[in-house]
Ligand binder design. Structure first.
Ligand code: FE2
Length: 507
């Protein structure tokens, strides 16, 4: 656990659990003190049994159009036992980003990595491969989402960086495309983000944060996006403002996302398309399906006049909510998921963007739903959970974000039947910084949705998850003062999920 006494807000760099927050090595090696080539830190991701992805992006003025960037991967923190090295060409066309892909690695092993270019060396990062397929390994991960920069400082990331996780599971809203309001904890540079250069600049600003850099440098990340990496509430090729050039905006946003995330070169987007959904296996007991509920969805029904995006509507005013042909994942991804559930695993984790449980916003005689989440696509939710029930898929735990609240819920095929069995469990993590709905409203919603066991929208944080063959333990972590990087971070509540019996139990 971190030493809460250290005045972090006043320190430029500090080491947590082997992860150096800023880049003293860069400064030491720099020819000119004001030119830092690795100012955005390092990252790793997509941990597989024998491979993973290492990321950085060069910074500073006068970068040549092509730069050779050397990387090395070691079995020890001192880089005396080198496990791999190579050279990538960082190009201006790809914002001088680097996506190195060492392979032939040992399963279930910790590695350290670093980069060198233009006479400077990056800080080093720590990463880890997935366990061997026959290893009955446990898993520890941090579930996180929604890190709106101008809503707070990243005390949650400071805390994650110091903890012992196998990876961070980040389920969307890495950046926000908005300008900042005059009252903000800190300010977005520039206005609303629409172009490739603007998206690149926004990512660079977020990634300049030392606590976020520390969380990346401390462990690999598994990532999916949500809407704000592109445009609030976008659906498929429709922007919230029905902008006519949304295809180009999405292409620019996806491109910048790939440039700034530890995804492999094979996933580099082509125009407005980038496949991010996929499956990750963790030893013999766990598989993780990472979903994309933005790129392929049908547009939201019953929007506000003249707009795209979400609305809150009564079912009686919007019968299209019950249209069984509509989909949140797209037909191909729905089929892929249905075929990929793994009956041999103890745990089938589902990493996706938003709250899956029904959360009706009014008494049941005048049911109202938020149309952007799964409630706006209830027949698709029913299809997914019906498959889980019919095939008795073991250990299904749905992990999400988006709604800026900690929610823990029992998932059912039929929410209208009070006796319907629980078929899966949901843990939705609150935001790192982004503000949530008023707690009084959530308290009201909870009264009408008894399958939602816990709901707190007034706290920021993340979820610390730990699982073995028998149980998953979820600790809902909360930040005491989101505007203070040095804030205390504590456990607000704990839940346990039995591998053999779906549903959440308060610990
Ligand atoms: Fe968000």
């Amino acid at each position: 656990m971190p030493d809460e006494s250290i005045p972090l807000s006043r320190r430029r760099w500090i080491t947590y659990a082997g992860a150096t927050i800023a880049a003293p090595a860069c400064v030491r090696h720099a020819r000119a003190a004001d030119v830092v080539r690795f100012a955005l830190g390092v990252a790793s991701g997509q941990p597989r049994e024998r491979s993973l992805v290492l990321w950085t992006r060069l910074t500073g003025p006068d970068l040549p159009s092509q730069v050779a960037v050397h990387w090395e991967l070691a079995r020890d923190e001192g880089f005396t036992q080198i496990a791999g090295r190579g050279t990538e060409t960082a190009t201006a066309d790809e914002a001088h980003s680097v996506h190195a892909e060492p392979s032939g690695l040992e399963p279930g092993r910790t590695y350290w990595y670093r980069f060198e270019a233009l006479g400077q060396r990056s800080t080093s990062g720590r990463t880890r491969t997935a366990p061997a397929p026959d290893a009955a390994a446990g898993l520890r991960f941090a579930l996180a989402s929604c890190q709106r920069f101008d809503h707070g400082h990243y005390a949650a990331w400071r805390h994650v960086a110091s903890a012992d996780f196998d990876f961070v599971l980040f389920v969307g809203d890495y950046i926000y495309e908005y300008p900042s309001l005059p009252v903000a904890v800190r300010f977005h540079e520039g206005g609303a983000v629409r172009t490739l250069e603007q998206y690149r600049a926004r990512y660079a600003q977020y990634k300049s944060d030392p606590a976020l850099q520390a969380a990346h440098a401390a462990m690999p990340w598994l990532l999916v996006w949500d809407d704000h990496e592109v445009d609030n509430d976008y659906a498929n090729l429709q922007g919230q403002s029905l902008q006519t050039d949304f295809r180009e905006q999405r292409a620019a946003a996806y491109r910048a996302y790939w440039e700034h995330m530890p995804f492999p070169k094979a996933l580099r987007p082509s125009g407005p398309d980038m496949r991010i959904y996929g499956r990750y296996d963790w030893g013999s007991q766990v598989c993780i399906h990472a979903l994309d509920d933005r790129q392929y969805r049908d547009v939201q029904v019953c929007p506000k006049p003249g707009r795209g995006g979400s609305n809150v509507v009564r079912l009686s005013d919007c019968p299209q909510l019950l249209d069984p042909t509509r989909t949140l994942l797209g037909a191909a991804q729905e089929r892929w998921l249905a075929d990929s559930w793994d009956p041999r695993r103890r745990w089938n984790l589902l990493a996706q963007q938003t709250l899956m449980a029904r959360l009706s916003r009014a008494p049941l005689d005048q049911v109202a739903y938020w149309t952007d989440g799964w409630d706006g696509y209830a027949p698709a939710r029913r299809r997914l959970l019906r498959t889980v029930a019919d095939r008795q898929v073991p250990g299904v735990v749905v992990l999400g974000g988006d709604v800026h609240a900690h929610y823990v819920a029992d998932l059912k095929v039929d929410y209208d039947d009070a006796r319907a069995p629980v078929v899966a469990t949901e843990i939705c993590g609150t935001s790192i910084t982004s503000r949530g709905a008023a707690q009084e409203r959530v308290n009201e919603w909870l009264r009408h949705n008894p399958h939602v066991r816990y709901g707190r929208s007034d706290q920021r944080g993340y979820v610390a998850c730990r699982l073995d063959a028998d149980a998953l333990h979820a600790s809902l972590m909360v930040v005491d003062q989101p505007e203070d990087l040095a804030s205390a971070v504590a456990v607000a509540a704990q839940f346990v999920v039995d591998a053999a019996r779906p549903g959440a139990n308060a610990a």
